[in-house]
Each structure stands twice: as structure tokens, then as C-alpha cells.
Design a binder for this molecule. Structure first.
Ligand SMILES: Cc1cc2nc3c(=O)[nH]c(=O)nc-3n(C[C@H](O)[C@H](O)[C@H](O)COP(=O)(O)O)c2cc1C
Length: 432
């Protein structure tokens, strides 16, 4: 099984990070094509491509782009790039920004043209200093050569692009919290549709705003250059997932890293691309730490696609694929995951603020050997009170991994609670 190379084809070539090198490899052909088209025709290409957002939820990109009211005379329309990438296990956006910055910039400019945006922001995770430097350098080069700024390539279209550094908060990857943070407010979520207008109607400073993930934008140049129909042929064996997806593969594989595959590839083929599993496969968290883990049997049946992954009980998510071998204690692994979500809860709503703390307390007493009868059931009950009840998706993200692990490995929880120690004699995860 060969790796598909679209976004990452030239990622390891340093010249691709310069405008000249990017142009030499066919860069900006997509934008040039887009600027000669009607704005709606650009959106129609994205629709034909079947592109779904790569940030986690898999929402059809064209619907967001099409949601900006046509001919609305707002003082600004915004194009926002979510480059916060806080989900444990996911590190693809970092590589895309560091090694293919012009793809992201070109994609945002195409999106900006299609949605009448005059201003764009790339909201970059605070720790991603190298990514921010690479983006800064590329943005400066693009301005100097007329690919950003006033009258781009003589088309009459103006687009300014700014970088905004986050401060290392997972919550600020949630789109409404990201917008709050960008506007100088606390990074907390806002009410969502249908209780509040969509960002395309009232986003940043209550003006029309499109927000997409780094990888989503990086795809747009290829769709415009080669056509939406062409893109939709990739992954056509799946129900409704088209194109390629970059997976960050980590954990017990021989060659951890980012791998780009066509949708429709099996999960085992992805492991093989990453050099194969180190030791005996036990489980995998396929889409970033917030998605439910699946056991080895489910891994062997899993086909990578939004609907296909749901059939085996998990999700594509943001593509952070964490591979676990039989040396891993699932209870300790989930305790560590719960610690992350409890730390990152912004505290705005009760189910998440209290629920994530409570999950952590129970998991902590279990891993310290003080589990009590009924703790497994209590964990599930708390998760059911968080899932779907928190103000934003962070609560769900904290509950799903716990439920997934208990479903896939109930015996490990039972054993730990009954015996005060792990079934797995391994100290891979240290209990602090
Ligand atoms: C707690 C939380 C954290 C999130 N973090 C990110 C993130 O770091 N990057 C990202 O692209 N999307 C993140 N999302 C999803 C965004 O809210 C949003 O759906 C996404 O940026 C939309 O882009 P897309 O349609 O291109 O996927 C997060 C969601 C939640 C609930």
C-alpha cells in the first residue's frame, strides 16, 4: 500500500518553502484559476470535490463557504484559519505550516476570494514557534510578489493576512473560543446556532466569518487547479469521504510521523506505512485523544472514512492516530487522557468543569490502587451526564475516550478495581 502524496508531496523539499520553489512546482495555479472564475463557481468546485473539514467534525467545506451572504455589504468579511492543533496525538498542521506554508496561504486566499473576505487570520498554537516563523516568512514573500495585499495578481481582489499566536490553550481550538481569544477576550466558547447566528452570519466582531482547519485550506489549491471532480475520485470507495487525509501516527509504531492516505485505506495499511506495529497490537485511538479507542479486532476491520470509522465505534477526528501495544495499561492511559481534559476545561459550564474533575478523581483513585466497587459504572454515569450537555465540544471530548476504553476493555477496569493493581505489568505510564 503506497502513501498518497498530495499535500505532502514536496513537504521535505526546503525550496518548496520559498515562493520561487513553490511556483516552480506549480504553486498558485489554483488561485490563478480561481481569480478568473465567478466566486460561486469556485464554491461549486469545492462542492464537487466533496471536501469535508479536516479539523475534526468533518463538516462539508462548501456549505460554510456558501453560507456567507452574497453581496452583503459588511465592512469586513473574515477568513479564519484554525492552526491551534491542541488535540493530543495530532501534529499534521504543524508540519503543513512549517513545510508547505504556501499551500495554506494560497488556500486561504482562494477561500477569501470565494467568500468576499478582505482579511484573514491564522490563529497559531502558542508553542508552534517554528510554524509561525515559516508562515511569517511565506506571508512576507507573498506580499512582496503581489500574491497578498491589494489587487492580487491584477485581479482587483484585495486580501490581507495576519498571524495571531494563541497562548497554549486547548479550548482555544474550539471555533467560538478561538474567535473570543482573537478579539482579546477570555478563550471561552460562545452560544452556537440555533441559539446564536452562525459565524458565517456573525463571527469575528459580529461580521461574516469562515473558519477552517489548516489542512482544509491546504487542499483548496489542488481542487481549484485540477477540478473538484478530480479530487472526488480520491477515496471514492468510501460512503462519503473524499480526497486524502493526513494522519499523525504515534505510539507503538516503528516510524512515527505524518502519513497522507486516500480515504478508503485500511487502518492496518496506515500502521504498515508507519513502519508496522512495535510488539503486539492491543488498541488504537485513531483520530486524536478525544475519539473512542478501538481494540485490535476492530482495528483489523477498520476502513478510514468518516462513516466507515463510525461503523467500528470510533471517528476520523483530526487524524491523530495513537497506536498502543500490549504493554500499555488501558486504565492508566485513560487516567492520563482524563488529566489532560480536566486541566484544559475552561470552566465556563458545570458539566465539563465539574465532570472532568470528577472523572479524574475516580480514575486517579483506581490507578493508585484505591478503586471502589461500582467505580466503572460511576465513570459511565458521569460521562453520560457530560456528553451532549456541556457548553461546547470539550466535554464530549473528555467523555468519549473514557466510555470507549471501558467498552473496549471492561475487564481491565474490573481487574484494577478488584485487585488494586493493573492487569498489565508495565510502567509505561507513570502515575504522578
Ligand atoms: C475543544 C475543541 C478543540 C478544538 N481544537 C481544534 C483545533 O485545534 N484545530 C481545529 O482545526 N479544530 C479544532 N476544533 C474544531 C473546531 O471547533 C472547528 O470545527 C474547526 O476548526 C472547523 O474547521 P474545518 O471545518 O475545516 O474542520 C476543536 C473543537 C473543540 C470542541
Amino acid at each position: 500500500m503506497a502513501e498518497t502524496k498530495l499535500l505532502l508531496e514536496h513537504a521535505h523539499d526546503p525550496s518548496y518553502r520559498t515562493l520561487d520553489g513553490y511556483l516552480a512546482k506549480g504553486g498558485y495555479a489554483g488561485l490563478k484559476r480561481a481569480l478568473g472564475m465567478d466566486r460561486q463557481a469556485v464554491i461549486d468546485q469545492v462542492k464537487a470535490s466533496g471536501l469535508r473539514g479536516r479539523g475534526g467534525a468533518g463538516f462539508p467545506t462548501w456549505i460554510k463557504w456558501n453560507g456567507i451572504e452574497k453581496d452583503k455589504h459588511a465592512p469586513h468579511h473574515f477568513m479564519l484559519c484554525n492552526a491551534d492543533e491542541g488535540e493530543p496525538g495530532t501534529f499534521k498542521d504543524k508540519q503543513l505550516m512549517e513545510e508547505t506554508p504556501f499551500l495554506v496561504i494560497e488556500g486561504m486566499t482562494i477561500g477569501g476570494y470565494a467568500t468576499q473576505a478582505d482579511t484573514g487570520y491564522v490563529y497559531i498554537r502558542g508553542e508552534f514557534v517554528d510554524a509561525a516563523r515559516a508562515m511569517r516568512k511565506a506571508i512576507d514573500e507573498a506580499y512582496a510578489a503581489g500574491y497578498l495585499g491589494k489587487n492580487i495578481l491584477g485581479s482587483g481582489y484585495d486580501f490581507d493576512l495576519h498571524i495571531h499566536m494563541g497562548a497554549g490553550s486547548y479550548e482555544c481550538g474550539e471555533e467560538s473560543a478561538l474567535m473570543s481569544s482573537l478579539m482579546g477576550e477570555r478563550g471561552m466558547p460562545r452560544l452556537k446556532f440555533p441559539h446564536a447566528p452562525l459565524p458565517t452570519v456573525a463571527g469575528l466582531w459580529d461580521l461574516p466569518t469562515v473558519i477552517n482547519n489548516v489542512e482544509t485550506y491546504a487542499v483548496a489549491p489542488f481542487i481549484l487547479e485540477r477540478g473538484g471532480e478530480w479530487y472526488s475520485t480520491l477515496g471514492a470507495s468510501t460512503k462519503n469521504s473524499r480526497g486524502t487525509k493526513v494522519f499523525s501516527v504515534s505510539g507503538h509504531v516503528n516510524k512515527p510521523g505524518n502519513y497522507e492516505i486516500d480515504f478508503g485505506t485500511t487502518l492496518l495499511d496506515l500502521f504498515a506505512l508507519a513502519g508496522g506495529v512495535k510488539g503486539t497490537l492491543k488498541a488504537c485511538v485513531p483520530g486524536g485523544s478525544s475519539v473512542p479507542m478501538i481494540d485490535a479486532d476492530a482495528c483489523s476491520k477498520a476502513v478510514i472514512g468518516y462513516e466507515e470509522m463510525a461503523e467500528v465505534g470510533s471517528m476520523v477526528g483530526s487524524g491523530g492516530c495513537i497506536v498502543l501495544n500490549d504493554q500499555v495499561c488501558i486504565v492508566k492511559f485513560i487516567w492520563r487522557t482524563a488529566l489532560f481534559y480536566a486541566n484544559e476545561s475552561c470552566g465556563k459550564c458545570t458539566p465539563c468543569r465539574e465532570g472532568t474533575r470528577w472523572l479524574l478523581q475516580i480514575l486517579e483513585r483506581i490507578v493508585k490502587g484505591n478503586g471502589q466497587p461500582g467505580d466503572k459504572e460511576l465513570l459511565l454515569e458521569i460521562c453520560s451526564q457530560i456528553d451532549g450537555r456541556s457548553f461546547c465540544g470539550l466535554g464530549d471530548a473528555a467523555a468519549w475516550p473514557v466510555v470507549g476504553a471501558i467498552k473496549a476493555f471492561p475487564q481491565e477496569f474490573d481487574y484494577y478495581i478488584a485487585n488494586g493493581r493493573s492487569m498489565v505489568e508495565s510502567d509505561l505510564v507513570l502515575v504522578g
